[in-house]
Ligand binder design. Structure first.
Ligand code: GLN
Length: 489
């Protein structure tokens, strides 16, 4: 199985517009790669090759007519939590095993207008709760860099598929790090936009005040291109902001020179893997050498972020997941006599352990007597965390941190200890609590050849500066043609 000829969406798109290759040819190549490799990687939950080839044919006709955009004919994969009309949408859960949505998410409609090719739906932790994709009720996705290891999560299928070139790019979702952490662990680029930048209509909700959809790609330019298309106000999502969408691919080349890069002391703590630490420090030195000014600063409430997140996210999840009652959606246990018993059995069988744990935690923190002590307190701390960022961005343009405290861990290593698993997100969660955008880009490999990610955090709606910094770093450390061994096969 040969490597793809075009590593990035940008290269592919240029080849399509010069008619060096057709979308049908490219789509066939990706489908063959999926056929050949996905038995081992298990990134996809659903592939519809016929539909993809039909879309590719339509895209080729659009290209012939000279009406193509940069995404026309480009094959993408979609996390299985973003609804596509007529295509099964499981959210990695048994409770939605046979659910086929009657409508498409706004992001899907926007991509359809560009005539992209949809290859299929990608595996994830059940309802996006997890950091390893081991909470999927269907299969464990493997990290293409080491099949004994997890790809990160919850968008692990999306990250593994992009890393193994089983699609040219993908959409993931990020509630506490689920785009950036798997991107980091799989050696690709993952961008969580500002809360409100991208419509969540048609995204199955986990924690509505935190969830965002974003691109997972092989380069910063590709992420900027996808962001251009999926961003913007949507009357069907009242949390999407009526704010103009600039061309995010412009201004990327302005480089790191002259940017003020904030380094928060709370993110350089004990417990970070020594190899991760070494590569992050080298990356910061390289950023400085490229002409950026380093500003040391503090985000003093960082230590409360994980606890705050696990109160707010579980509270919102317990409410959002109340709708899966066996009456309206998906799975129902039909063996019961009473309505109450039907609810109980349906939910006990339909949901997995982690989802049940979160529903119970969330119900508890919202219950009378505990609401003030937990939920309200968490909301107050959330404001303090948000204020930390407001203060920090008075002094710098972009903040740099590690994305994940460790490289990819072994399958099964943390499944028995939920708290250890929750700590995978200590560096990503604050961005969701405060709404700011963040992107992970590869910055090195461990001795065992596992990728390490560098996180850039930007100010609210500061994606242009954020992507400029990430692009500037990528110029120093370009990786889009570096592939795992298994992929070279
Ligand atoms: N790992 C975090 C959690 O389990 C974040 C998940 C996400 O961003 N969807 O909640």
């Amino acid at each position: 199985m040969s490597l793809p000829t075009y590593h990035t969406i940008k290269e592919l798109s240029q080849a399509l517009s010069k008619k060096e290759v057709s979308s049908v040819e490219i789509t066939r190549q990706y489908l063959e790669r999926i056929d050949h490799l996905d038995d081992q990687i298990k990134a996809y939950l659903y592939v519809d090759g016929d539909a993809a080839l039909r879309e590719a044919k339509d895209a080729d006709a659009i290209i012939q007519k000279g009406e193509a955009t940069s995404l026309t004919g480009v094959p993408l994969g979609i996390k299985d939590v973003i609804c596509m009309e007529g295509v099964p949408n499981t959210c990695g859960s048994k409770i939605l095993k046979d659910y086929v949505p009657p409508y498409s998410a706004t992001v899907i409609e926007k991509l359809r207008q560009e005539h992209v090719v949809f290859l299929g739906k990608l595996n994830m932790d059940e309802f996006a709760m997890g950091s390893s994709t081991e909470n999927s009720r269907f299969q464990v996705t493997r990290n293409p860099w080491d099949l004994e290891r997890i790809p990160g999560g919850s968008s692990g299928g999306s990250a593994a598929a992009v890393a193994a070139a089983l699609c040219a790019g993908a959409l993931g979702t990020d509630t506490g790090g689920s785009i950036r952490q798997p991107a980091s662990l799989c050696g690709i680029v993952g961008l969580k936009p500002t809360y409100g930048r991208v419509s969540r209509f048609g995204l199955v909700a986990f924690a509505s005040s935190l969830d965002q959809i974003g691109p997972m790609t092989r380069s910063v330019w590709d992420a900027a291109l996808l962001l251009n298309v999926i961003s913007g106000h949507d009357p069907r999502d009242s949390t999407s902001m009526p704010k103009e969408v600039p061309d995010y691919t412009e201004g990327l080349k302005d480089g790191l020179k002259g940017l003020k890069i904030g380094i928060p002391e709370e993110y350089f703590i004990e417990g970070v893997d020594p190899e991760v630490e070494k590569h992050i420090k080298e990356a910061i030195d390289a950023i400085k050498d490229a002409g950026a000014e380093i500003v040391h600063l503090s985000l003093p409430h960082t230590e409360y972020a994980t606890a705050t997140y696990y109160i707010i996210a579980t509270a919102e999840a317990s409410s959002n997941l109340a709708r899966y009652d066996g009456v309206r959606y998906g799975y129902r246990d039909g063996s019961t006599r009473s309505l109450r018993e039907m609810y109980e059995k349906t939910r006990s069988e339909g949901f997995g352990t982690e989802v049940k744990r979160r529903i119970m935690l969330g119900t508890y923190v919202l219950s009378a007597g505990y609401y003030e002590a937990y939920y309200r307190k968490a909301q107050q701390v959330r404001t303090l965390i948000r204020n930390d960022f407001n203060e920090a961005f008075k002094r710098c343009d972009v903040i740099v941190t590690p994305t994940s405290p460790t490289p990819a861990f072994k399958i099964g290593e943390k499944t028995e200890d939920p708290l250890q698993m929750y700590l995978s997100d200590i560096f990503t969660i604050s961005a969701n609590l405060s709404g700011v955008p963040g992107v992970s880009v590869p910055c090195g490999w461990t001795q065992e050849n596992l990728p390490i990610g560098l996180q850039f955090l930007g100010n609210t709606f500061g994606e242009q500066t954020l992507l400029r910094a990430a692009y500037g770093y990528e110029e120093i450390f370009p990786l889009s043609d570096r592939y795992p061994e298994i992929v070279k096969g």
